[in-house]
Design a binder for this molecule. Structure first.
Ligand SMILES: Cc1cc2nc3c(=O)[nH]c(=O)nc-3n(C[C@H](O)[C@H](O)[C@H](O)COP(=O)(O)OP(=O)(O)OC[C@H]3O[C@@H](n4cnc5c(N)ncnc54)[C@H](O)[C@@H]3O)c2cc1C
Length: 351
């Protein structure tokens, strides 16, 4: 029997697995597709103390310095938010595939094992264990499991937790490659529109990620079909792409970007960390830092629970609750700063 099985080997899963393996536990990560491009590249300066405390600053050595944000938000003009005045210095623009792989390597160096498979079923096995069914037809028995499967919350959902959302935000995004070299601006550019908002950022591979965030409207034209039409009508995003002669290198893809949370973040023999516990609006650039923070706190709570301390898991749930409440306040205040389209459904829903 495994001590801990971690469902999902993204940043939250890999960090929790590495910490628990280093605490002497037998840990396996399960993920069907850990490699490949991932959206979510901006790591804010506030993540520095955590990376430092965990000894993980080498993982951002190859990242670009994230020097701030340019935003047409609440105004037709571009505002500049510079990281120069930040107490922790600059943030980072990550190559997410590389960052995530680095964390998994760190977890495996600590003794965790990675298995390529998808969780398809979960149930309690008496009072002592969980039985986790995988898509390769095998079962894993574990004393404890961590749901780090991101927004699907694949384990928690199967063990009776439910997820609620406060919006219907979806991301449509594509990568673009520059036709002319020499563009080095690593600031994130944000531009609000009547129907939602856009961002673009240059990532360490030299490509630009361009994303449109709007609400899913049942029955409406697919956001992917409209992506290019709407993109050419943006002011600042289109101008940035034109200046670098950028061309798309893939068809637009979609991603869940809803703000939401689980009904409860721990239960009998399981705990949820990262986006599985709660997910935030990409506008906050906070998802990754929260994923690392909850994975660290979750791993400590499991060690405490195994040591017989009954307060570890409830204290973890309270911490998650506080993080989420603080984020919701921040979300409300940020959207309230954009008042140019007071009658548009997207903005009305965020008042
Ligand atoms: C458009 C967009 C832009 C974003 N931009 C930013 C940003 O700039 N900065 C930032 O900090 N955050 C950003 N985020 C959020 C950030 O990407 C997430 O918060 C972060 O990836 C969460 O990490 P995680 O490990 O919890 O989950 P994930 O990274 O989602 O990893 C979950 C893992 O679980 C695996 N999995 C899923 N189902 C199963 C299953 N059934 N069995 C086994 N494994 C499974 C998946 O394959 C995946 O590898 C953005 C998100 C979106 C949608």
């Amino acid at each position: 029997m495994m001590d801990v099985v971690v469902i999902g080997a993204g940043p939250a899963g890999a960090l929790a697995a590495g910490l628990l393996a280093r605490a002497g536990l037998a840990v396996t990560m399960i993920d069907p597709r850990p490699e490949g491009f991932r959206i979510g590249e901006g790591l804010p300066p506030a993540a520095r103390p955590l990376l430092h405390a965990l000894g993980l600053l080498p993982l951002v050595r190859d990242a670009l310095p994230g020097n701030g944000t340019l935003s047409a938000w609440g105004s037709d003009d571009l505002g500049v938010y510079d990281h120069i005045g930040e107490p922790y210095g600059h943030g980072w623009i990550l190559d997410r595939a590389r960052f995530d792989a680095g964390l998994r390597r760190w977890a495996c160096e600590g003794g965790a094992v990675l298995r390529i498979a998808r969780l398809v079923g979960a149930a309690h096995r008496g009072d002592e264990a969980l039985e986790l069914r995988l898509d390769d037809g095998t079962c894993v028995i574990a004393a404890f499991a961590i749901d780090a499967s991101g927004r699907p919350a694949a384990l928690a959902n199967r063990l009776g937790a439910t997820r609620t959302h406060v919006d219907a935000l979806v991301a449509t995004y594509a990568r673009f490659r520059a036709g002319v070299p020499g563009e080095f601006d690593t600031r994130i550019l944000v531009e609000a529109a009547a129907y939602g908002w856009w961002y673009t950022v240059r990532v360490p591979t030299g490509e630009r990620v361009v994303a449109l965030l709007r609400d899913h409207e049942p029955g409406a034209c697919s956001a992917r079909a409209e992506f290019v039409q709407l993109l050419v009508r943006t002011r600042f995003i289109a101008a940035t792409l034109a200046a670098g002669d950028y061309l798309p290198i893939e068809a637009p893809r979609g991603a869940d970007a809803r703000t939401g949370r689980l009904s409860h973040v721990f239960g009998d023999r399981w705990i949820a960390v990262g986006d599985a516990a709660f997910s935030v609006d990409p506008l906050s650039s906070q998802g990754l830092a929260d994923a690392l923070l909850t994975a660290d706190a979750g791993a400590k709570a499991i060690v405490a629970a195994r040591g017989g301390d009954p307060r570890g898991l409830p204290a973890y749930a309270e911490r998650v609750e506080r993080l989420y409440e603080r984020y919701l306040e921040h979300r409300l205040a940020t959207y309230a700063r954009e008042r140019r389209w007071p009658d548009e459904p997207f903005w009305l829903r965020r008042l």
